[in-house]
Ligand binder design. Structure first.
Ligand code: ADP
Ligand code: MG
Ligand code: ZN
Length: 516
């Protein structure tokens, strides 16, 4: 890599800039592109009637078509096309019509046909673009400076999935491999991004946005652990200011957002180290090993497949009616980007909060309902991001299964805002509502938690305190008014937190100043 050693300017800057978080010197720039596979939520497979239901007995959902038996002919699933078109439109893609199915040939025991049916030259969708709220990762790990960034999408195409093989022991005599073809032929879309990401955080935020979009459309369940959403990351590093990209490495096996980020950080650091040492990066496919916290080589370019793509002779070019495409465009829901913007403006929320509160369609719906009914969007946001999120996480539930319905939380907010209960008591009420799935009123009643605001019941308590703490009373009267806090604390203790602090404060001042 001559650019390093021959250019004294670059070299000296490298030496002094090893300060950034992952020790990536500033003048090295990562370039990242993602290939994401999403399993479509169709009931049957892409080219046959077999069920896609998860968890059936091995090989129960198979037929001559998805087993790849000779002579079986594929029939395209209309619903899968509908979902794929919606996804392509939502990602700003142009719809190619016709698009062409192609055979991608390779051998693997879980691929009985000997080829995957995919799209190659003419994919269903092309040249898309998404606007994503992305930020920078500070040294503390906090994401700062979130702003809208624009990322290109190269293509979106349809393909069928392979089966699943499970290897036991080392693949040799005595060991065994099992093949389950239930997944064989299930409908996927592959979404290939442009190499537009310049940090692992951008790639991460894009993937979040992509998942969110698919969830909003209802075309994929977005479950990365179960493999309904899979991500391969391509990453290279180049000298800052260089117009050309460096040699890329593809990382597979990234089945969580955290893995994606960690694998990218590791790989960027590894490649930067290689380039800093004047060496060259080898183009290869690597795997992420989470327990070891590193990537390791899987296959190099020399072993790379030549898939010998050719047009699938058993399927016609896919010609879509432009009217149908426009109908689907009209059916699109409010997408994450526009929704995020609207929520920020309408409820006056910062980007980070809006991002959380529009995380899934059910989350967004919950927040908006709660904000609308309570008339206090800030409180609704705080409750949902705080106590509610915490309780959901602890009980392993999704917001769609939340025992506290949005309108009940809104009611609780209104009660707290009215001063009938204090903020502290509201938290206790919320916990009980989460447990018993009741309205706030009966909970407050049953637990005897109504805030005490009437002076008649507070006065005797205060009188008693004033009488039994003459020293503190004297302090107050001599001008050390800070001592008021002591009295407030005592009243709260006496009333188990139910006294209205505002009323207590006023009463105490009057008493201590001898005005009452
Ligand atoms: P391949 O033919 O090896 O699959 P593609 O050109 O199809 O490569 O790109 C696959 C993915 O890799 C895309 O997401 C693309 O954005 C990304 N990519 C391409 N070149 C680079 C590079 N030099 N560095 C990082 N990512 C890249
Ligand atoms: Mg590729
Ligand atoms: Zn089948």
């Amino acid at each position: 890599m001559p650019f390093l050693t021959e250019n004294g300017f670059l070299k000296s800057r490298i030496e002094k800039s090893h300060g950034s978080i992952y020790n990536v010197p500033m003048e090295f720039e990562p370039v990242i592109g993602l290939e994401v596979h999403a399993q479509l939520l169709t009931q049957s497979k892409l080219f046959c009637n077999c069920s896609t239901r998860f968890g059936a007995a091995p090989n129960a959902h198979t037929c001559p078509i998805c087993l790849g038996l000779p002579g079986a002919l594929p029939i395209l699933n209309r619903e899968a096309v509908r979902m794929a078109v919606k996804a392509a439109l939502a990602l700003g893609c142009r719809i190619n019509t016709p698009s062409i199915f192609a055979r991608k040939n390779y051998f693997y025991p879980d691929l009985p046909k000997g080829y995957q049916i995919s799209q190659y030259d003419l994919p269903l969708g092309a040249e898309g673009r998404v606007e994503v709220y992305s930020g920078d990762r500070a040294e503390t790990g906090k994401i700062v400076n979130r702003r809208e960034k624009s990322f290109g999408i190269t293509r979106l195409h349809m393909e069928d999935d392979a089966g699943k093989s499970i290897h036991e022991g080392i693949a040799d005599c005595g060991a065994k491999s099992c093949v389950n073809l239930n997944r064989s032929g299930v409908a996927l879309i592959e979404i290939v991004s442009e190499p537009d990401f310049r940090s692992s955080q951008e790639a991460y935020d894009y993937l979040i946005h992509l998942r969110k979009t698919l969830l909003y459309l209802g075309v994929c369940d977005g479950n990365m652990e179960q493999g309904s959403l899979r991500c391969d990351a391509n990453v290279s590093v180049r000298a800052g200011g260089s117009a050309e990209f460096g040699t890329k490495v593809e990382i597979k096996n990234l089945n969580s957002f955290r893995f994606l980020q960690r694998a990218l950080d590791y790989e960027i650091a590894r490649q930067t180290r290689i380039l800093s040492g004047g060496e060259t990066v080898v183009q290869e496919t690597r795997l992420w090993d989470e327990s070891a916290g590193r990537t390791f080589p899987m296959r190099s370019k020399e072993e790379a497949h030549d898939y010998r793509y050719f047009p699938e002779p058993d399927l016609m070019p896919l010609k879509l009616d432009p009217g149908w495409i426009e109908d689907l465009r009209k059916e699109l829901p409010e997408l994450p980007g526009p929704k995020m913007k609207r929520v920020m403006a309408e409820y006056e929320l910062p980007a980070d909060d809006a991002l959380f509160l529009t995380g899934t369609p059910s989350m967004a719906q919950y927040f908006e309902e709660c904000a609308r009914i309570s008339g206090n969007s800030r409180a609704a946001a705080n409750w949902i991001m705080g106590d509610l999120a915490y309780s959901l996480k602890n009980s392993g539930r999704d917001i769609s299964e939340c025992p506290v319905a949005a309108k009940r939380l809104a009611e609780l907010i209104r009660i707290a805002d009215s001063g009938r209960i204090s903020g502290k008591i509201a938290k206790t009420v919320f916990e009980e509502m989460f447990r018993s799935a009741e309205d706030p009123a009966p909970v407050i009643e049953r637990m005897g938690l109504v805030q005490v605001s009437d002076t008649a019941s507070l006065e005797p308590i205060i009188d008693k305190l004033v009488a039994s703490n003459p020293r503190q009373v004297e302090e107050f009267r001599s001008g050390k008014t800070k001592i008021l806090g002591f009295f407030v604390g005592q009243v709260m203790k006496e009333t188990r937190g139910q006294a209205n602090p505002k009323v207590v404060n006023e009463l105490l001042r009057k008493k201590l100043q001898g005005r009452l």
